[in-house]
Design a protein around this ligand. Structure first.
Ligand SMILES: Nc1ncnc2c1ncn2[C@@H]1O[C@H](COP(=O)(O)O)[C@@H](O)[C@H]1OP(=O)(O)O
Ligand SMILES: [Mg+2]
Ligand SMILES: [Mg+2]
Ligand SMILES: [Mg+2]
Length: 295
């Protein structure tokens, strides 16, 4: 994830983002950074873990090894994480039961607009359809103060814990929701109104919004829309879950991350930190709004 973050920075510094619109939606962009970062992550992981299914946002991985620059292929592993004991529940897993979901650049709209700290690289780990871990790398963390910064990498594994950041509870004297800044519509906004937050923070990226929960800047991340896909949520959910938080659809059901599922999170996103009663908060969404999902 951090090598991909460096690639994302290199593309930004070169200045030609190579933007293309994916399909008909003007809100759904892809850049040279999305494409190259995916080659780096999937090229590296498929070499290290050939039996594991890896699914990336930017399409199937058809590259031959010689098509990927050799310095994009990472073989080194994080010594500090590997020094931890693997929880028992993972000791007998077959590679066939594992799916890795890769969003090489989450927050593409914000990357293009220069809101650089909204950008993250997301790698999620699912076993038998359930998210168990994740990595969220923020390449431009603190970039306005620290121009030479290397970003930061947050990780979590359910049963082991989290690393790369200091968890923080949200304030106890007000209720804050974070949501989309670039993909809102009438249903998204009506759902937010029903939850009666004291403050709504509109920022880009699914990874970035889960960071806000991890660091106590918001109590809940709510997006009553179908725009997010499995690679947007698996990685962030892994870190959140390892810290006792919850990410579900707007009915309160967990998504399935098995390799044959459909990609869209068609029933929306509802995520809370462990300090929030998830089901009590969901019960505040009026039935007529919930009944619109999936749409
Ligand atoms: N309508 C949509 N079309 C394409 N991607 C979407 C849409 N809505 C959300 N996403 C993805 O979910 C992320 C979080 O959404 P938002 O910032 O609106 O809350 C976006 O950065 C984008 O991921 P990506 O940037 O990786 O394509
Ligand atoms: Mg995208
Ligand atoms: Mg994304
Ligand atoms: Mg993306």
């Amino acid at each position: 994830a951090s090598r991909a973050g460096q690639i994302i920075k290199d593309v930004m510094h070169k200045g030609n983002l190579g933007i293309v619109e994916k399909g008909l939606d003007k809100n759904d962009l892809q850049t040279e950074a999305d494409r190259s970062a995916q080659k780096c992550i999937i090229g590296s992981l498929s070499k290290l873990f050939p039996g594991v299914t890896i699914i990336g946002e930017e399409g199937p991985h058809n590259d031959q090894p010689e098509d990927i620059p050799s310095d994009w292929i990472v073989t080194e592993q994080d010594k500090a994480v590997l020094a931890s004991d693997c929880p028992n529940e993972y000791s007998k897993i077959n590679p066939q039961e594992i799916v890795v979901w890769v969003d090489p650049l989450d927050g593409t709209s914000e990357y293009v607009e220069g809101l650089l700290d909204h950008v993250t690289v997301l790698i999620g780990l699912a076993v038998k359809g359930k998210t168990v871990g994740g990595v969220v790398h923020q390449p431009f963390y603190n970039y306005e103060l620290d121009k030479q910064g290397v970003g930061r990498t947050l990780w979590g594994l359910v049963g082991l814990g989290v690393g790369g950041f200091v968890p923080h509870p949200p304030p106890s004297d007000k209720f804050i929701i974070t949501t989309t800044r670039s993909h809102a519509d009438a249903v998204v906004n009506k759902t937010l109104e029903a939850l009666k937050a004291d403050e709504i923070i509109r920022v880009g990226g699914a990874g970035h919004k889960v960071l806000m929960l991890l660091e106590g800047k918001a109590h809940a991340y709510v997006f009553a829309s179908k725009g997010c896909k499995k690679w947007d949520t698996c990685g962030p959910e892994g870190v959140l879950k390892a810290l006792g938080g919850t990410l579900t659809d707007i009915h309160g059901n967990e998504y399935n991350y098995a390799k044959d599922v459909s990609y869209p999170n068609a029933q929306g996103i509802f995520a809370t930190s462990k300090h929030v009663n998830h089901s009590e908060l969901i019960s505040k969404i009026p039935k007529e709004l919930k009944d619109r999902f999936p749409y």
